[in-house]
Design a protein around this ligand. Structure first.
Ligand code: SF4
Length: 378
């Protein structure tokens, strides 16, 4: 029987680093052509392993994948089609940044098979965008969004952020209503996290400007309500979508399903193994087909470890944990294992009992890390 698989392809190039970003990406774009060739070799090296799988989602992320030309994207996706069996309705998502797009590129991406775009807006306020060191303005974003529609993209996500330095509830509400007015199919809504190894992490003045915990709490709850009443039900802690437009690929992470990744710094859960590759483009270019040389971490998780992972990521979903699914998949008794630990969170309304199991309430989602650390004891 064919097993379903998601594929992630990492494009680690950016025009410049945003001040808050700790994703693995570099600005040495002269390596781009070699990188595309290396990716293609790595994909083709999986020909034998690919045999038992049907790929129903592909996600091209970064970095800034829209720094690739239409021809480069076509070559990568052709290599994928030659190596893997892609389902007829495969979802092929690609992240793109305004300021790197034009009509010709968008048409080529569509032609290559990309059928879902994820566009980074983050904020509709130009001062906030400047502070984040984004390369685009609200006007650039709008031009890219409309161009994508014109080129036939009918499934578009807009990425937004809250808890930005100096951001007020009013400015955030303006960003939300602007994004909603464009009528995308999906909206991602992440809180800014200050990572130590970033310009924001090294700047105490910026940290002073971040809305405090109470404000962030209020921002999250108010925005989630705004999005839901505008026709975007929440399906994950940070993701909202029109019905049927949830991101198929990202759902695989939260359902603990298999995904295979290509490129440096990418994580996989494939054929019973969990592994990540080194965060080093130059080393990746030297041995793209030698997985062992590229491994940063590799483990074969036990059934118990997978069950824990399932609970950890499953609670990110609005629907929460389905007990029957958990018990069948891991040959375990969810209630016996977790009921006592869940009780206090039910009493304090951080968790809710559903027909199938348990889920976090929206208040619970805000402290999900704490709740999970208590339940899973880590
Ligand atoms: S464009 Fe995205 S990946 Fe690149 S630096 Fe900015 S946030 Fe990071």
């Amino acid at each position: 029987m064919e097993r379903r698989l998601g594929i992630y392809i990492h494009i680690p190039f950016c025009i410049r680093k945003c001040a808050y970003c700790d994703f693995y990406s570099i600005t040495a774009t002269e390596l781009r052509a070699d990188y595309v060739n290396a990716l293609i070799s790595q994909i083709k090296a999986f020909r034998m392993a690919a045999k038992n799988y049907l790929v129903d989602s592909v996600y091209i992320g970064g970095g800034t994948p829209s720094m690739l030309s239409g021809e480069e994207m076509t070559r990568i996706l052709s290599a994928l089609r030659m190596t893997f069996h892609l389902s007829d309705d495969v979802e092929i998502s690609m992240e793109a940044n305004p300021g790197t797009l034009d009509g010709e590129k968008l048409a080529a991406y569509r032609e290559a098979g990309v059928n879902r775009l994820s566009l980074g807006l983050q904020s509709a306020d130009n001062t906030e965008l400047q502070k984040l060191s984004r390369i685009h303005t609200r006007q650039d974003f709008e031009a890219s969004f409309l161009l994508a529609r014109l080129e036939g993209f009918q499934n578009i996500n807009i990425d937004l952020m809250y808890a930005l330095p100096g951001q007020t509830g009013e400015k955030l509400a303006d960003t939300l209503s602007y994004a909603i007015s464009l009528n995308p199919e999906h909206i991602s809504f992440y809180g800014l996290k200050i990572e130590p190894e970033t310009p924001f992490g090294r700047d105490p003045d910026i940290q002073m400007e971040i809305p405090d915990e109470d404000e962030q709490y209020h921002m999250y709850l108010t925005s989630a309500k705004t999005l839901e009443s505008a026709g975007y039900p929440q399906y994950e802690i940070s993701n909202f979508a029109k019905v049927g437009k949830e991101c198929r690929h990202n759902l695989k992470y939260w359902k603990c399903e298999e995904y295979l990744s290509f490129g440096p710094a990418a994580y996989s859960f494939f054929d019973g193994k969990m592994f990540s590759y080194i965060k080093d483009v130059e080393r990746y270019l030297m041995t793209p087909t030698d997985s062992h040389a590229l491994f940063d971490e590799m483990s074969v998780p036990s059934k118990e470890e997978l069950a824990t992972q399932f609970v950890m990521v499953g609670f990110r979903l609005r629907r929460g944990i389905n007990i029957a699914e958990y018990n069948a998949r891991f040959d375990d008794d969810f209630e016996a294992r977790y009921r006592e630990k869940i009780k206090p969170f039910l009493a304090r309304k951080y968790m809710v009992q559903t027909k199938e199991g348990y889920r976090l309430s929206r208040r619970g989602m805000l402290i999900s890390n704490y709740i999970l650390s208590e339940i899973l004891e880590f």
